[in-house]
Design a protein around this ligand. Structure first.
Ligand SMILES: [Zn+2]
Length: 158
């Protein structure tokens, strides 16, 4: 993982623009194989000094989705960024990708043959002309009133 930081001091804050790149390992949502992908996220950290000790992450509605405000006391030497980076990855990337199948029913990511059931399910969307004819033959029967239950059709007289 690499990170580039641009720090700009303002009157109230230290504004840090971070660009983080690295690789993440995901599970292919189709094959459950591990996929390694590259990520690049940007985030902005606003650092504000406070007199009391400790580190506080501040929620502020004025902050953008990639902006974080942290208040640090004089005892704080470093600011952990792992959870910010993790959050940005979650916001920007689909962690359960479901890659498409190619024309040979292989996962375009893993190149693995799709499960038979899935391949069949995909084929079902395309209507086979032979099936279409069979469906046409079957249909008039289905549309007839239900002949198996004659009781329902008969009027019930005294
Ligand atoms: Zn896959």
């Amino acid at each position: 993982m690499t990170a580039k930081v641009k720090a700009v001091p303002t009157l109230t804050h230290l504004m840090m623009d971070l660009a983080v790149r690295g690789s993440i390992t995901l599970d292919c949502g189709r094959c459950l194989d591990k996929l390694t992908g590259a990520f690049a996220v940007k985030l902005r950290l606003l650092v504000e000094k406070k007199d009391s000790q400790g580190l506080e992450w501040e929620e502020d509605e004025g902050l953008g989705i990639e902006e974080y405000l942290v208040k640090i006391g004089p005892d704080i030497q470093e600011i952990p960024l792992e959870h910010l980076i993790a959050e940005q990855i979650i916001l920007n990337y689909n962690l359960n990708p479901l890659p498409s199948l190619d024309e040979k029913d292989r996962c375009i990511q893993c190149n693995r043959q799709a499960f038979q059931a899935e391949a069949v399910r995909r084929d079902k969307d395309k209507v086979d002309p032979r099936w279409q004819k069979l469906q046409a033959l079957k249909k008039p029967e289905l549309d007839k009133p239900d002949a198996d239950k004659p009781d329902q059709a008969k009027p019930k007289g005294p």
